[in-house]
Design a protein around this ligand. Sequence first.
Ligand code: ADP
Ligand code: MG
Length: 358
Amino acid sequence: MAPPGAPSSSPADDPADDPAGTGAPRLHVVSGKGGTGKTTLAVALAIALADAGRRVLLCEVEGRQGLSRLLGTAELPYEEVEVAEGAGGGQVVGLAVEPRAALLDYLDTFHGGVLGGRGRGGRASTVLDRAGAVDVIATVAPGLRDVLLIGKVYEAVLRTTTSRGGSSATGTPVYDAVVLDAPPTGRVTRFLGIGAELAQLAGGGPIAGRAASVAALLSSPQTAVHLVSLLEELPVTETAEAAAELRAAGLPLGTVVANRELAGSSAPQQVPDDDVARALGTALGTDPGEEDDLVAALVAQNRTRTAQVGEQERWRAELAALGRPVRSLPDLPGGVDLDGLYRLADHLVASPLLGSTR
Ligand SMILES: Nc1ncnc2c1ncn2[C@@H]1O[C@H](COP(=O)(O)OP(=O)(O)O)[C@@H](O)[C@H]1O
Ligand SMILES: [Mg+2]
C-alpha cells in the first residue's frame, strides 16, 4: 500500500495487475488427490461466489465434462455458457477448455493480422490448420498444450469490457472471479509451472511472451491454489507433498479444504457394542438376546464410524500444520446432487476460502 500522496506508479498499482482493484485473488485454482472432490469444490465455490453477486467463470481443462455432469446441464461446448445463478444476483458461466480450440482461438486473436489476416488467406488458424500445424501443436507438444489450456484461462481472467485479454487492461473485468477445476495434485505443479518453463525454452516470440504472462499471473497474489483433501492418510500425505511442490515453484497457496468431514464429536464417547446392540434391538423390535444380522451390521458400522470420527482430528491437525487456513466441508450422506452443491456452497459463503469474500 502506498502512503497518501506517494506517486502511484509502482508495479503493484498497475491496473493490469489488479483490474478489479480489490487486491483479492481473482483466479481460484482447485486441485487435490483424484476423487477427493476437486470438481465438487470448484462448482460449489463458483456458486458461493455467485451468491455474493459475482460474475464467475468456471473452467475445466481435462476434457471430462465433470462440470456439466455435476450441474446436470448439457455437455459444455468450447464456449462460455451460463450454467447457474447465485442467490445474490451473480452468475456462473461454464467453459470446457479444449486444446485444439484454444489454439485456434489464440492464433486468431494474436496473429490474425500477421498470418493471412481475414482477407485473401482466410483466418490465421485456417492457414495453419491446412498445413497440419494445429494438430502438431495441440496434441503432440504436451508443454505447449498445457500453456494453451491455461492461456485461455489467463485470457478470461484479464479480459475486460474493452479488451480481449491483451496486456493492456482498461475497462472493467468481464469476470469478477475465475474458478479452475485443475489437474490432480500429482500433475498440478507441472501444469501451472509450464508457462515459466516454456517462456525460457521458447526464447522469444509470441508463444514465449504468452507463456511468461501466464507464469506472471499464476505466481501473483491474483491467484490462489486451493487444495482439497479428505481426512484420511493418503490424501493428507498427497496434499502435504503438493503444498511443498507448489511452494517450491513459487505458486501461491490458498486454502486447504478438508472435504467429507463426518459429523460427530471430535472425541466421541466410546459406547460399548453390547449397549449399542441392545438399543438398536429395541428400536428395531428384534427379540432381546437374539442374534440379528442387521443389528450386527449396524454395530460394526457404528464402530468403524466412531473410529473414523476420532481419526479425523489427527488428519485435520496435519493439514493445519501446512500453515494455510483449513476449511471443512461436511460429508453429504446421499452423495452430491444439485441440492448438495448448493448446501456446500452455503458452507463456503459462511466460511469462505481465502480471497473469496470480497
Ligand atoms: N462433501 C461430499 N459429500 C459426499 N460426497 C462427496 C462430497 N464431495 C465429493 N463427493 C463425492 O466424491 C466423488 C468424487 O468427487 P469429485 O468432485 O468428482 O472428485 P474429483 O474431481 O477430485 O475427482 C463424487 O462421487 C462426489 O459426489
Ligand atoms: Mg473431477
